[in-house]
Write a protein that binds this ligand. Structure first.
Ligand code: GDG
Length: 457
């Protein structure tokens, strides 16, 4: 059997992941590669004055990691530009934040061609290639142009947008056509799969075929939903470790018998943090008797700080949290503990466990692994309650959470009240079902399902 070659924008050697602060994608890929011999290829995160095409190779945790550097201009146009100022906001339905500049599109095409050129000598005849996320949609097309005949799969970690929104993107048919150079394309949810089919059928005259197949642009490929899971075993082990226990005890001491509500997110406008703070303010207004009895700990790790929209949301969150704390705090109670730094994964595990409620309210999210981690961290005898946005991909699987509309302050405020008051028997019943599903649909199941489908033809 051929090797698995995973390609993503950035790579994170698996050995770093345990204590690191990587996002969901890195965690999932590290887990996927732990069991498959193969190569993980991507951008090193470094820039050079002129592109050299040199590959740095390193062995880490049983995986061969190969990286290349990019030029400053590449990072501006491809990464900060087309990926994070055009595709990310558009795919998260933020047309108002979506910037289209010709140079971004050119940079995106150029860097995808560079990825293809650089990885090409590493691909052997029997290998399977698995490409990840919106940064690299045209990569299969670039590899095919260079004669690659291997099976190539693609997984989109973020949502596929509704038809009328993707059509606001200049040259949208070219972007979609590039997906038909893959053998298999995976989305997080049925919702994304349906939106994609809607586009293919109604916008470019494509058709639905047998099983997973879709035909358009004179080609046929397979498309399906493969909801990503978390690494339950790794997380449970972290939870049993000294660090998690120490962090749990530290939180208990600092809580002073108050109930903690937890939010953990990359500081990103798609995560609905401002709306969450406002909903929590509504809850404080609606429930004066609960003042000093609860607090919200929001951990928001800075992200993509070179992009203006991220600087703006950070400024707004400072303002809103400061205003709420100014209005409601007492001498020994602050309603929002707002923290702009990352924590080790095992610390996070202990913090999640100490929280009575997990508040996960993105405005739109491919999956959202924090929702899953919160559930996995709970004490089976006395589990907390997950409040989950209907617009997170995770809501398709996690119906036993309290599902809310993150745009409605009343709805979220009511769910907080309901969660705090939920009887133990109901909490256990909901948690048991959520946890059983987390185990059967964990990250290994996700990887195996995708890789099996990619390898069979
Ligand atoms: C993309 C999609 C999809 C967060 N703060 C810290 C920290 N984290 C970890 C969490 C979790 C991960 O980052 C975040 O994953 P999410 O899934 O919530 O979100 P994205 O980063 O936006 O990921 C998303 C995912 O890809 C996978 O396909 O679910 O929809 O947007 O694991 O725990 N980790 C540590 N310290 C922190 O401070 N160690």
């Amino acid at each position: 059997m051929g090797r698995l070659i995973v390609i993503s924008n950035r790579v994170s050697p698996p050995s770093d992941v345990g204590g690191g602060t990587q996002g969901g994608l890195a965690m999932a890929l590290a887990a996927a590669l732990r069991e498959h011999s193969g190569i993980w290829f991507g951008w090193s995160g470094q820039t050079t004055e002129t592109y050299s095409g040199q590959v740095g190779v390193q062995r880490a945790g049983g995986v061969t990691v190969a990286t290349m550097d990019l030029e400053d201009q590449d990072v501006q146009e491809y990464y900060n530009g087309y990926a994070n100022k055009t595709l990310w906001p558009l795919f998260h339905h933020r047309v108002d934040l979506t910037a289209y500049e010709r140079s971004f599109g050119e940079g995106y095409a150029r860097v995808n061609a560079r990825f293809a050129e650089t990885v090409l000598p590493l691909i052997e005849e029997e290998d399977f290639v698995w490409i990840h996320d919106y940064h690299l949609i045209p990569l299969a097309q670039e590899l095919r142009r260079r004669g690659v005949k291997n099976r190539i799969g693609f997984f989109l970690h973020i949502p596929w947008p509704a038809r009328h929104l993707i059509t606001t993107l200049p040259r949208h048919p070219q972007l979609v056509e590039a997906l038909f150079d893959y053998d298999l394309v995976g989305f997080q949810t049925q919702d994304s799969l349906e939106a994609f089919k809607d586009y293919v059928v109604h916008e470019v005259g494509g058709s639905l075929g047998e099983g997973r197949t879709l035909s358009a642009f004179g080609r046929t490929a397979e498309f399906d939903a493969f909801p990503i899971g978390m690494d339950v075993a790794e997380f449970t082990a972290a939870l049993d470790g000294e660090t998690a226990k120490r962090e749990y005890a530290r939180m208990q001491t600092s809580m002073l018998d108050r109930q903690m509500i937890i939010g953990v997110d990359r500081l990103d406008y798609s995560k609905g943090l401002e709306e969450r703070f406002l909903a929590y303010e509504q809850f404080l207004q609606d429930n004066p008797d609960l003042h000093e009895k609860v607090f919200l700990l929001q951990i928001a790790t800075p992200s993509r700080e070179d992009v203006e929209a991220y600087q703006e949301i950070r400024g707004r969150l400072d303002g809103v949290s400061g205003r709420i704390n100014g209005a409601f705090s007492t001498v020994d109670w602050v309603p929002i503990r707002y923290v702009n730094r990352g924590y080790r994964r095992d610390q996070l595990a202990g913090i999640y466990r100490a929280a009575k409620l997990g508040l996960v309210t993105p405005l739109r999210d491919g999956m959202n692994l924090v929702a899953k981690e919160y559930v996995a961290a709970q004490d089976p005898e006395d589990p907390g309650v997950l409040i989950l946005s209907r617009f997170a991909g995770a809501a398709e699987q996690m119906g036993e959470a309290l599902i809310v509309n993150p745009f409605s302050r009343e709805d979220v405020s009511d769910a907080i009240l309901r969660g705090l008051a939920m009887p133990l028997a109901e909490r256990r019943r909901r948690w048991d079902r959520l946890m059983a599903d987390l185990r059967t649909t964990d990250v290994s199941a996700w990887r195996d399902d995708f890789v099996r489908a990619l390898m069979s033809n």
